[in-house]
Design a protein around this ligand. Structure first.
Ligand code: IPD
Ligand code: CA
Ligand code: CA
Ligand code: CA
Length: 272
């Protein structure tokens, strides 16, 4: 017997349903509608920080679909959506996470949609259409991949850990990030650079990576994936005592997190 859902549960169910449907539609548009001659529409913070017409089309689809159902909600999207709303709910959207992979026809890209309630992520959906996988989480209710419960992998020793990371678009930051890799690489099993932070976080959630760290993420890169990782039992954070942020994002199973966080702090993984 199920007790009646609380108003909060019902709200989270509604937000989850919208996020899943928006991510499904955007994923389909991106997978089936990718122009054969797709090019770079514009560059942003540096010449390698690119945006395509499909990033913009995907964000429009998502904000249009959700905005129609919930006109009082706020939006923060990588390609410019930015409204406060009045309902206490804000949607944080990365319309293509992994744009460079998408541009080159590599399969590792995703659509990332999170809903925040009074500033806290309560729903996260990451759709990875070329994997045929959709990850989802609701605060306090666990994490799922295509409806199957997922858990992080129990931590191996650091020397046998498979790490994921990513690099920002600014040359100076990349030089510092390369230094961190130089220090870490001899101490671990290997390091992957998948190209979609949201997928990296989901890979920690389902045990395909032991840990993931990156300097310089934006809210839309991490909002959904970090909730999914936490709901799969992993820890997320930044520098010691801090939450995952632009400065540093780390996700790992608890024992490995305890080992990696001071190490990343020591090597200055949060430095530019
Ligand atoms: C990027 C990807 C990449 C990460 C970069 C992000 P974008 O997002 O998540 O894996 O290393 O820091 O900016 O620009 O493809 O949405
Ligand atoms: Ca991104
Ligand atoms: Ca993006
Ligand atoms: Ca981008």
């Amino acid at each position: 017997l199920h007790p009646d859902p609380t108003p909060t549960d019902a709200l989270h169910d509604e937000l989850l349903g919208l996020a899943l449907e928006a991510a499904r539609r955007a994923g389909e548009l991106l997978r089936d509608g990718r122009p054969a001659d797709l090019g770079v529409a514009a560059t942003k913070t540096s010449p390698i920080d690119v945006v395509t017409e499909m990033d913009i089309a995907s964000e429009k689809l998502i904000t249009g679909f959700i905005g129609e159902a919930r006109p009082d909600d706020g939006f923060l999207g990588e390609e410019g959506a930015s409204t406060d709303g009045t309902s206490g709910i804000r949607w944080v959207i990365d319309p293509i996470d992994g744009t460079v992979n998408y541009l080159y026809g590599l399969p590792s890209w995703s659509v990332s949609i999170a809903a925040e309630q009074d500033g806290e992520a309560v729903v996260g959906v990451v759709a990875a259409p070329m994997r045929g996988e959709t990850y989802q989480a609701v605060l306090g209710r666990g994490a799922f991949n295509n409806g199957e419960r997922i858990r992080h992998r129990p931590a191996p020793p650091l020397s046998q850990a498979l790490l994921g990371t990513g690099f920002g678009y600014l040359a100076e930051r990349r030089a510092a990030q390369a230094e961190v890799v130089r220090t870490l690489l001899p101490q671990v099993r290997d390091i992957r650079r998948g190209g979609s932070a949201a997928i990296d976080l989901c890979d920690v959630a389902c045990g395909r990576l032991d840990a993931y760290y990156e300097r310089g993420l934006n809210p839309w890169d991490l909002a959904a994936g970090a909730l999914i990782a936490r709901e799969a039992g992993a820890l997320t954070g930044g520098r010691p005592g801090e939450v995952a942020s632009h400065e540093l994002t780390l996700a790992a199973s608890p024992a490995l997190f305890a080992e990696l966080q001071p190490l990343l702090d020591e090597v200055g993984a949060w430095h530019d």
